[in-house]
Design a protein. Structure first.
Length: 183
């Protein structure tokens, strides 16, 4: 009786992973909304190119890059998250399947997310530097501090993953060593 109850509970928990699928579908729809925003920004950029100075054109192009990076980040989260937590994506022998699909684990995903956030933050900071006349020194200092916080966080995440991998490698080598030998 207790074993069948345990099995039923485990089955419910295992199948609950499908509750995440609507989240990933929502992120797909968010990419569609980003496409709308990209088209709006592109249309605005066309008019800026012919009516404004170069710094506004650069800021407009950086805005397009920014939107593209966010869309790329969402795509990585959708594919890797779905494959890591819900189910494998079966694409057959599609030649267009990204090489990294199916090979990004949670640690890799975490590093890709923080790396993308740092890149997005850098582009935002660059946009503010190009149009620095619109900001006070205090505002610029805060934006720089926030960006550096993202950079330091990214480096710390990478160091923690590296330390964890080294520790795991060391534990595996100890486990695989013959019983009479010392590591």
């Amino acid at each position: 009786m207790m074993k069948s109850l345990e099995h039923a509970l485990e089955l419910i928990m295992f199948r609950s992973r499908w509750l995440l699928a609507p989240f990933y579908l929502g992120l797909v729809l968010a990419i569609g909304l980003l496409l709308v925003k990209f088209v709006q920004e592109f249309a605005a950029l066309v008019t800026v190119m012919f009516t404004s100075d170069g710094s506004q054109a650069i800021v407009g192009v950086l805005s397009l890059v920014d939107i593209s990076l966010v869309a790329n980040l969402l795509l990585i989260i959708i594919f890797a998250g779905y494959e890591n937590f819900v189910s494998k994506i079966h694409t057959g022998d599609q030649e267009d399947r990204p090489a990294w699909m199916g090979h990004v684990d949670f640690a890799d995903l975490k590093l890709k997310v923080i790396g993308s956030i740092v890149a997005i933050s850098a582009i935002e900071l660059l946009k503010y530097f190009v149009s620095a006349k619109d900001l006070t020194e205090g505002q610029l200092a805060w934006k720089l501090a926030i960006h550096l916080t993202f950079v330091v966080s990214g480096v710390l995440f990478a160091v923690m993953d590296w330390v964890g991998a080294v520790k795991l490698k060391h534990l595996r080598s100890q486990h695989e060593a013959p019983s009479g030998s010392q590591p």
